[in-house]
Design a protein around this ligand. Structure first.
Ligand SMILES: *Cc1c(COP(=O)(O)O)cnc(C)c1O
Length: 357
């Protein structure tokens, strides 16, 4: 019997942790502190320690994390924010929603993250921030990005939604920019059982403002310093995340071992281009993405054999109907466009068994 191999297996993940998760949930239900309960603060402490930043602020999603950061840095109408076209649309939606303009820079052809060589040409007098994406589990090339940002007095905001625990030059994702956005969408390396996210930062004034902004601009229960958002992290999700955080390092190591095995198995197939990790970086393989000239045919072939695959992402953002007003067209970002045509994500998650592999 050939069992289907899914792209991720969240049911198996829950089964492995069931007693601990159930106990954590029961504790919250017993206390009934559902909004900003003690588990939120406990998770924030644990997650900031994991990342290596003084502050973590729990929020309702990765998308909310990005929007709150932009708001807290006063980025809005008339401002430009530089990012990449090959990412999930949630990287860019908050920029547009804040009234600012996304400006795209193409990616490096081997690591698929923002190409620092192409960055300076995109900077204008309106540029306020650079928002690199740590894609598929690998950090963007932060050193040159931070240098260019410093020269031009720009904020750096990390989209770390796919990179919990990824290492670049000895430091973890979430420690490089003025602030970083994490998503705990269920399928992420650290996933909740619903929507959840967090912001990390080393800036204490920014942390205080973010903490208030996510909770209606509150200073006290009915004292509001500014107009904010209802984008808190749920206590139940925080309790789940604290349990799962304890296993994250192990789970990331398992992902790396599985990725190494894929590398070995696929190394001698000339039509397949394997994912590359920059030297000095450690990927946490949120996704294992190969490139193949006949991507759709290969995907159908694997599907017939019960192997589920994904495409991250089939349409680069500069070609999305929702962003047509930005005025980009086909040919503007050839590396991103090529990746969109050839990328294929293979099943890789910590619960994948050797037999399945
Ligand atoms: C998942 C993801 C987001 C959005 O996170 P949500 O928690 O789903 O809002 C943003 N950016 C990237 C790169 C992502 O992968």
């Amino acid at each position: 019997m050939s069992a289907t191999i899914p792209l991720v297996d969240l049911k198996r993940q829950y089964k492995n942790l069931q007693p601990e998760i159930d106990q954590a949930l029961a504790a919250v239900l017993g206390k009934a502190d559902f909004i900003m309960g003690s588990a939120v603060h406990e998770f924030e402490q644990a997650f900031s320690a994991f990342c290596g930043t003084p502050y973590a602020i729990g929020v309702s999603s990765g998308t909310a994390a990005i929007q709150l950061i932009l708001h807290a840095l006063n980025i809005g109408a008339g401002d430009e924010v530089i990012t990449v076209p090959n990412t999930f649309i949630a990287t860019v939606e908050p920029i547009v929603l804040m009234g600012a303009t996304p400006v795209f820079v193409d990616i490096h052809p081997e690591t698929f993250t923002l190409d620092p060589k192409k960055l300076e040409a995109a900077i204008t007098p309106h540029t306020k921030a650079i928002l690199p994406v740590h894609l598929y589990g690998q950090c963007a090339d932060m050193q040159p990005i931070l240098e260019i940002a410093q020269q031009h007095h720009l904020y750096v905001i990390e989209d770390a939604a796919q990179a919990h625990g990824a290492v670049y030059c000895g430091a973890r994702a979430g420690t490089f920019g003025r602030a970083a956005a994490f998503s705990f969408y269920p399928g992420k390396n650290l996933g909740a059982y619903g929507d959840a996210g967090a912001i990390t930062t080393s800036d204490s004034a920014l942390a205080t403002r973010l903490s208030s902004l996510r909770n209606h601009g509150r200073r006290e229960k009915y004292l509001h310093d500014e107009i904010g958002y209802g984008e808190r992290l749920d206590t139940l999700q925080a309790a789940i995340l604290s349990v799962k955080l304890k296993y994250l390092e192990n789970a990331n190591q398992t992902r790396q071992i599985l990725a190494g095995q894929y590398d070995e198995l696929l190394r001698n197939i000339p039509s397949i281009q394997l994912p590359k990790v920059r030297s000095g970086s450690m990927s946490v393989y949120h996704l294992y993405v190969i490139q193949h000239p006949e991507r759709d045919t290969l995907s159908q072939h694997l599907s017939r054999r019960g192997i589920q695959t994904g495409v991250h992402y089939p349409i680069p953002l500069h070609l999305q109907p929702a962003l047509r007003d930005l005025g980009y067209s086909e040919g503007d970002f050839p590396v991103s466009e090529q990746l969109a045509k050839t990328a294929l994500s293979l099943p890789l998650f910590p619960e994948l068994t050797q037999e399945q592999h």
